[in-house]
Design a protein around this ligand. Structure first.
Ligand SMILES: [Mn+2]
Length: 353
């Protein structure tokens, strides 16, 4: 049996405010129906903090009466309660619980968010009722020392440690809270189904877990908006405008989006570095991106681009650029990008600390 999982939708009070979040949920429902899946778990932060009116979601659940919705609260909707809803196909869980769909399959252990406990404490309290094979589903921070900080959620929430996982040994762990889809070993962060703002970039996914095999897969969501927050470096090389056009094409290619998805992009672009002709740079950049929509309608930010007229240094920069491109493999081993090294080299060549 397959069960779909999403988290961190952060629905607003009305559908008019951030409608893309509702639309992402609608797309998930469409996709899981296509796959004949009839269960959707929402792993916390279904609602944004100020939500008080739940009728739109209640109606939405009722309309989709062939799906059962299982919801655990997250830190944004911590007081969420069954009595706020009338739909029969919706279950809200306020305490840790085992979900069991058929006897032989892997079970799901739900841990709703609580400000007073870590996930490890909840696991210890429930050790006796943990099934033989189970997937942990919760909302909080998994600490490996390598997770990406979430600017939306500073601090640590409902900690889960690697030690907890080793001690209780779930088949998989599926978590809400970090809005970026990330995978650390058996731990999967689902990620928000639609970026909430410019910091939540790239394609979005929901998760499907197979309760027979324990296999977890990521499935793309067709969102209304795809955020990209990019930085490029302008170099005053011989063919500087050809160079920046090439950088822009490389950036777009790196997103690997379909033509339709490219129309969903909301781009914030900042360019650093040096040019011989700022006015021309602006027109080249705007022309290369004329089919794109910019985040908050702000054109690419060129305020950090300096003008350089020194021919000798331009030649030196050209040589350094070639050397950096030739040694891309070595830079990769040092976990450096060509852009990082070029930026540092520019500071040195141009005497700017
Ligand atoms: Mn969240």
């Amino acid at each position: 049996m397959k069960i779909a999982i999403t988290a961190d939708i952060h629905l607003k009070q009305s559908k008019d405010e951030a409608p893309e979040r509702y639309n992402a949920l609608i797309n998930i429902i469409k996709k899981i129906k296509d796959e004949k899946i009839d269960k959707l778990i929402i792993a916390g932060d279904l609602f944004d903090k100020e939500a008080k009116n739940y009728n739109i979601f209640d109606e939405f659940v009722k309309i989709n009466n062939d799906i059962t919705f299982y919801v655990i609260p997250g830190n944004h909707d911590v007081g969420l309660n069954q009595k706020y809803f009338t739909a029969n196909n919706l279950q809200i869980f306020n305490s840790a619980q085992v979900l069991s769909f058929n006897n032989n399959a892997i079970k799901i252990f739900l841990i709703p968010y609580s400000a007073d406990n870590s996930m490890g404490e909840v696991l210890a309290q429930n050790e006796q009722q943990l099934p033989e094979k189970w997937v942990l589903l919760g909302h909080g921070d998994y600490i490996t020392g390598q997770s990406t900080p979430n600017p939306y959620e500073p601090g640590i929430y409902m900690l889960l440690t690697r030690h907890d996982i080793e001690t209780y040994n779930p088949v998989k762990v599926i978590l809400g809270h970090i809005h970026k889809r990330e995978i650390f070993g058996k731990v999967h962060y689902v990620g928000s189904p639609c970026g909430l703002d410019i910091t939540e970039t790239g394609k979005r996914y929901f998760t499907i877990v197979d309760t027979n095999s324990g296999e977890v897969t990521s499935n793309k969501i067709l969102t209304d908006i795809l955020y990209y927050n990019e930085n490029l470096i302008m170099l005053p090389v011989e063919d500087e405008f050809g160079y920046i056009e090439q950088q822009i094409q490389k950036m777009i290619k790196g997103w690997s989006l379909s033509d339709d998805e490219l129309t969903k992009v909301r781009l914030r672009l900042k360019i650093n570095g040096y040019t011989s002709d700022l006015k021309k740079l602006q027109s080249i950049v705007n022309d290369a991106l004329k089919n794109f929509t910019f985040y908050n309608d702000k054109e690419p930010d060129l305020t950090e681009v300096n003008v350089l007229k020194d021919n000798e240094r331009i030649q030196i920069i050209e040589l350094v650029k070639e050397a950096i491109e030739k040694n891309d493999k070595e830079l990769g081993l040092l976990q450096l990008t060509q852009n990082d090294v070029m930026e540092q080299s520019l500071h040195i060549i141009l005497n700017k600390a």
